[in-house]
Design a protein around this ligand. Sequence first.
Ligand SMILES: *[C@@H]1O[C@H](CO)[C@@H](O)[C@H](O)[C@H]1NC(C)=O
Length: 146
Amino acid sequence: MVPTTSLLLLLGLALLAPGLSADQCVLTGWWINDLGSDMTIGALSSNGEFTGTFHTAVMTPTKDIKASPLVGIQHTKTQPTFGFTVNWNYTESTTVFTGQCFVDTEGKEILKVTWLLQSHVNSIKDNWKATKVGADTFTRRAEVME
Ligand SMILES: *[C@@H]1O[C@H](CO)[C@@H](O)[C@H](O)[C@H]1NC(C)=O
């Protein structure tokens, strides 16, 4: 049990570590936020563009958690700012996230993010109540969870 977990952790670190210097941060990888939602971000293109998937833990009943696609772009210098859009594919709503990746004194990456959710409404007269704003913190997901 322990050796398997350690092996997976080492494998994960080996996959994530290339190219990381002291306070560089690359969004590629697996992240979880303070509400238990998680996202997986693929490799960056040469100009910092990426795609991925986002699983929300809060927008649907737990049994219905579904993945939705995300697309974004990040700067590629130290402690970069970034933005991405999640196109929820089980509702007609859209969320944009923007934030910065910080590296703490122990070298741990943390994403501080602000989001805007535009909920689909049936007519322009309902638009006044269609937008929500919030904040999230993401950390790297360190081990494989079911
Ligand atoms: C929604 O997006 C996810 C992640 O990209 C994908 O796996 C899934 O097939 C999509 N579902 C629908 C109904 O389009």
